[in-house]
Design a binder for this molecule. Structure first.
Ligand code: PRP
Length: 183
């Protein structure tokens, strides 16, 4: 696969090949753990769309897909821990094996809230699969069964992650050049 690296990117941290290999590895672990079951993948918009699309296709376990959109109250998007649902799931979770799919776990506050919310809906089980995690940024410990890569606490874009809604479409995860923030 060819990699388009725009001029605004300082450095590729996780290449397209590394991401795709990791998704296959995660899918194999998930397939083993859910043998004989069906999974309801719950993607958290918008960042999770790429992981959802690739993970769903890599899994052999039968899956269905749901999406939620959430936003934190107040001006700070990811630090209040109080989350507002912008788009809820379209179905009941009763007796479902829910696998929450995230692009990145930063402070962990969004996921912490989401997990409590999911568990209150009576699913058979709830687990998490996140492609990226920043251990140094954690404000709350969240149990994440499937993690792709632990990252340094740096602002990254690509593969679902944006800066000002751009760069989500990049097939890799990378750092932006400092001058991009100065614009
Ligand atoms: C990102 C990411 C997670 C959340 C993680 O979403 O997709 O949902 O932040 O941060 P936390 O661990 O500090 O809570 P964001 O709010 O940027 O929305 P987006 O996916 O639409 O870009």
């Amino acid at each position: 696969m060819s990699q388009r690296v725009p001029a605004e990117i300082e450095k590729v941290l996780v290449s397209e090949q590394e991401i795709q290999a990791k998704i296959q590895e995660l899918a194999q672990a998930i397939d083993r753990d859910y043998a004989g079951k069906e999974i309801l993948l719950v993607g958290v918009l918008k960042g999770a769309v790429m992981v959802m699309a690739d993970l769903a296709r890599a899994l052999e376990t039968p899956v269905s897909m749901e999406f939620m959109a959430v936003s934190s109250y107040g001006s700070s998007t990811s630090s209040s821990g109080v989350v507002r649902i912008l788009k809820d799931l379209d179905r009941d979770l009763a007796d479902q094996h829910v696998l929450v799919v995230e692009d990145i776990i930063d402070s962990g506050l969004t996921l912490n809230w989401l997990l409590r919310n999911m568990r209150s809906r009576g699913p058979a089980s709830v687990e998490v699969c996140a492609l990226l995690r920043k251990p140094e940024a954690a404000k709350v410990e969240v149990p994440v069964k499937y993690v792709g890569f632990d990252m340094p606490d740096e602002f990254v874009v690509g593969y679902g992650l944006d800066y000002g809604e751009r760069y989500r479409d990049l097939p890799f995860v990378g750092l932006l050049k400092p001058e991009v923030y100065a614009r």
